[in-house]
Design a protein around this ligand. Sequence first.
Ligand SMILES: [Zn+2]
Length: 247
Amino acid sequence: MRTQIIVLHRYAYGDSSWIVKALSPDLGVLSLLVKGAKSKNSRFKASIDPLAHSEIEIRYNRSKGNSCLIIPKEAFLQNYFQKMRMNLQSLAAAQLMAEILLKLGNNFSHAAEEFKWLLNNLEYLELNEANENSLSIWLHKLCDILGYAPMLLNCGLCGQKILQAPADLWHSAGGAVCENCLGEKKPSYDQVFLQELGNFANGKSNSRQNCQRIENFFLGHLKVHAGALDNLRSYEWLIETRKLASS
Ligand SMILES: [Zn+2]
């Protein structure tokens, strides 16, 4: 069968081969053993580079599922995202998306949506530079795909529309809490952050310095629900590239 892939990660196997982790909309996260791929004459070349979008031809055994190593017969590069790779921040953002999807692992039922939104973002980053909201939007969408997006535009307790900013965020309420429901209680998040999150939810942009707090909020939310997202190395790198860009 043929399937599209986006390469999430790869590591050397022996002297000449790669083990490639790739997301397919049809099959979820696949482990591909690409023999001889390190050789100059390999027919796979750039099609199995990290973050490449390719189409592969595989012999897929439905009964075994995708838990085993699959040896692709051929790969056809669809998009290498050359311009995205030239921009450090865009590249770091794309690598973080790939790392998160890899760590979340193989959730079959969400693969098509995860693939679509990753591809969408890579195409966006190829045409535009990463902006302060793009990673937050992707993280929010990922929470949504996985079925646990935090409620931001309505109060999670009474359903009332949140006009400016939530009065607080409660995990037990699934997200935002309005002023009425918060009542006399002290909010657990600071006002400035809640306003930034309100801005984000309403499609207004925040400053470059503030975007990291929104990202961390969504990363924390993903961690609570999915676990296994500690030590995101690409996130540290992304923060470094931002410092470089603003200095
Ligand atoms: Zn309420």
